[in-house]
Design a protein around this ligand. Structure first.
Ligand SMILES: C[S@@+](CC[C@H](N)C(=O)[O-])C[C@H]1O[C@@H](n2cnc3c(N)ncnc32)[C@H](O)[C@@H]1O
Length: 214
């Protein structure tokens, strides 16, 4: 099926409303030159749905940016639910913290500032394989390393969602081969033959792969 602009508009109109706090994050983030990093509402709504149907309580996010998806996921967590989110950039993290405080969901969120690889290694030592759900949405070149660490950090039966697997809308085709799309392509091939997981690649947003740890 080809998603024409008209059909896409219709799809967005029926796939879940964005809450006021999330609208505010989106509006204010638009002022940043890097605003294209924000997740799309339909992808975010889908992630919320996954948290709700799986009853996930312990969430890990790799790549916070201005805290849009963090806030969206925190808002649908059950009681005692908590999300740890990793971000290296203190500037965007300050913005994110302000949005979280204003929304009242800040107590459900712990931000870990620094290179995500280091944070994940630390979490593996301090927490172990405890996460119900992980959302991977940081620097694509580290995706293969994040994938391996995420599989360790997930509990058996846990779910990993990986964003941008189609390479910023430039599917791995000849014209757009570069180190970033090459890393994504290598990971896509790796997951497809990884016997430790079940997986599904969904063409929503810029492509989301769902990985279920056996
Ligand atoms: C695509 S954005 C995350 C978007 C966010 N999930 C959302 O939709 O609101 C990716 C973020 O990862 C951060 N990042 C990139 N490399 C990183 C690294 N090595 N460690 C931690 N954060 C990193 C970037 O600074 C950026 O804020």
């Amino acid at each position: 099926m080809v998603l024409t602009p008209k059909l896409y508009d219709y799809y967005r109109s029926v796939c879940g409303q964005e809450s006021q706090p999330l609208k505010k994050v989106r509006e204010e983030t638009k002022r940043l030159s890097s605003s294209q990093m924000l997740s799309l509402p339909e992808v975010t709504h889908f992630l919320q749905f996954l948290i709700q149907v799986t009853g996930s309580k312990k969430i890990l996010e790799i790549g916070t940016f201005t805290g849009y998806t963090t806030l969206a996921l925190a808002a649908v967590l059950p009681n005692q639910g908590h999300i740890i989110t990793c971000e290296k950039d203190s500037r965007v993290l300050e913005m994110a913290k302000r949005f979280w405080e204003e929304s009242g969901y800040d107590k459900r969120i712990t931000a870990r500032q620094g290179p995500a690889l280091e944070t994940l290694e630390e979490l593996l030592k301090t927490e172990g394989s405890v996460f119900d759900f992980i959302f991977m949405d940081a620097d694509k070149r580290n995706y293969p390393a994040y994938y391996e660490l995420s599989l360790k950090l997930l509990r058996p039966g846990g779910l990993l969602a990986i964003d941008n697997v189609l390479g910023y809308s430039g599917v791995y085709v000849a014209e757009v081969q570069n180190p970033l799309t090459a890393a994504l392509h290598a990971l896509n091939l790796h997951i497809a033959q990884d016997e430790r997981v079940h997986f599904s690649v969904l063409p929503i947003g810029d492509g989301v792969t769902l990985v279920h740890k056996k």
